[in-house]
Design a protein around this ligand. Structure first.
Ligand code: ZN
Length: 461
């Protein structure tokens, strides 16, 4: 059998693996490439397999860099199943519809700007998403499903976002049975709301993410202290705390933290604006899936009758309500998307505040190469937003402790129980520097020699 890697090889977006046995062919994840000038071109370049020949698609979680190209399959006429956990299916509906809408807007904008030149088409449309949705089949955690002839998958909690999973795939091929483990994105241990990631006890082949393969995050307690002090120092007439928060996951975690800090008396009457229509829908969805929360968060949220709708939370639904936030100061906290500042309402908040010395920008999630968020994290002082040059004077803070990804030590610990079965280890979903650092550490600590596959590589098993 063979597995081919068509994304997230030496980068963090575009996850896609093509698994082929003597009996079946399937895709595990089919995500968007994000950031970088050639992302659109790469997204249109499909793996070399006709959709009629695919038996199944298996998803680890709903983030668009893992699920965001699945509508292309529907457009090409795919009629097979897409297996994912029930919460992932719910989230995919929200995320994919939004992605189609944004692509439509991008195409229209590009056609207005380059009228008469080449005509831009959206990558896919809302109709493609509608055609895709009936293809989803729910797979519960820890209930193995035969997804294709001779291939059985089991999803376990990955603690990354609601419904996220690592997948164990047992494949029969030529009379032999092989176990492949896909880590998906692994969350940190002890984060609020979600349960901790679960690992496996053996495998022949492991694909391990390496987003933070080169570093550990600061502790949650230290990060919360820093969070409080940033909010305090923003209590000035023009002061504002702007947080590009991924609508799925980071926003809900921040609402939880702010609610807890307020309950503990560490923040007095915080004014929080949730300014992302998708974050609003997703927060309601999180509250409908409380069964997936860890025990501690469930106990706390059961005392609050409003789940994540904390006191002091204002919701900006319309663009006018979003623009009105620009007139506010005095330490108001703005949670807006997109999380890597590549589009959405966050852009007008940045344009209106980055040049102010009293403004604070708080980065709480990974920023991929080529994104505006990454340029700001890297300390660039001159950026361009919506075609306008901006000189950055705001304070830019990075709170790694709020990340949805495990740090280096946690990645190593996740792999440790599998190591005695001497699997081949492939490090993916990380830029080259972090995955090389993690590779060295695994070699030293676990006596395994990880491989660092490139785009298009074939792994024979
Ligand atoms: Zn993810």
């Amino acid at each position: 059998m063979q597995i081919r890697v068509f994304g997230a090889a030496g980068e963090v977006t575009g996850s896609c693996y093509l698994v082929q046995t003597d009996r079946a062919r399937l895709l595990l994840d089919f995500g968007l490439h994000q950031g970088g000038a050639d992302a659109d071109k790469r997204n249109r370049n499909l793996p070399p397999i006709a959709v009629q020949d695919l038996d199944a698609v298996v998803l680890t979680h709903a983030h668009l860099d893992h699920s965001g190209r699945t509508p292309l399959l529907a457009r090409e006429g795919y009629r097979g199943p897409i297996y994912a956990t029930p919460a992932t299916i719910d989230l995919c509906e929200i995320l994919l519809k939004d992605a189609a809408h944004l692509q439509q807007l991008d195409a229209e904008r590009s056609n207005r700007r380059h009228a008469g030149a080449r005509h831009a088409e959206p990558l896919y449309t809302g109709d493609d998403v509608e055609r895709l949705l009936p293809r989803f089949e729910p797979a519960e955690y820890d209930h193995p499903v035969e997804v294709a002839p001779g291939i059985t998958c089991r999803w376990v909690d990955a603690g990354h976002i609601l419904g996220s999973a690592s997948v164990e795939m047992i494949c029969m091929d030529g009379g032999a049975t092989r176990t492949i483990v896909f880590s998906g994105d692994i969350g940190p241990r002890g984060a609020p709301l979600l349960k901790d990631p679960v690992t496996f006890d053996r495998a022949d082949l492991v694909f391990l993410e390496s987003t933070y393969g080169d570093r550990d995050h600061r502790s949650m307690d230290d990060s919360l202290d820093e969070f409080v002090s940033i909010i305090e120092s923003a209590q000035t007439p023009e002061g504002k705390v702007i947080i590009p928060a991924f609508a799925v996951g980071r926003t809900q975690q921040l609402l939880y933290f702010i609610g807890e800090l307020r309950r503990q008396g560490r923040l007095t009457e915080p004014r929080v604006y949730m300014d992302s229509p998708m974050a609003i829908t997703t927060t309601d969805l999180y509250c409908r899936h409380k069964e997936l929360f860890d025990k501690e968060s469930r106990a706390i949220l059961e005392q609050r009758d409003s789940c994540l709708h904390i006191p002091g939370l204002r919701i900006a639904r319309t663009p006018q309500e979003s623009m009105a936030i620009n007139r506010l100061g005095d330490g108001v906290i703005v949670l807006s998307a997109s999380g890597m500042c590549t589009g959405g309402r966050i852009l007008h908040h940045l344009k209106n505040n980055l040049w102010k010395e009293q403004a604070h920008l708080l980065i709480v999630g990974f920023q991929a190469q080529g994104t505006l968020g990454r340029r700001l994290v890297d300390g660039q002082k001159n950026v361009s937003i919506m075609g306008e040059p901006i000189r950055v004077k705001a304070h830019v803070h990075t709170l790694g402790g709020f990340s949805a990804h495990a740090g280096q030590t946690e990645l190593l610990e996740w792999l440790t129980p599998i190591a005695p079965s001497a699997p081949r280890v492939m490090l993916t979903h990380g830029e080259n520097e972090p995955r090389k650092t993690l590779s060295d550490l695994i070699e030293r600590e676990l006596r395994l020699t990880p491989e660092l596959p490139e785009f298009g590589d074939t792994i024979e098993l």
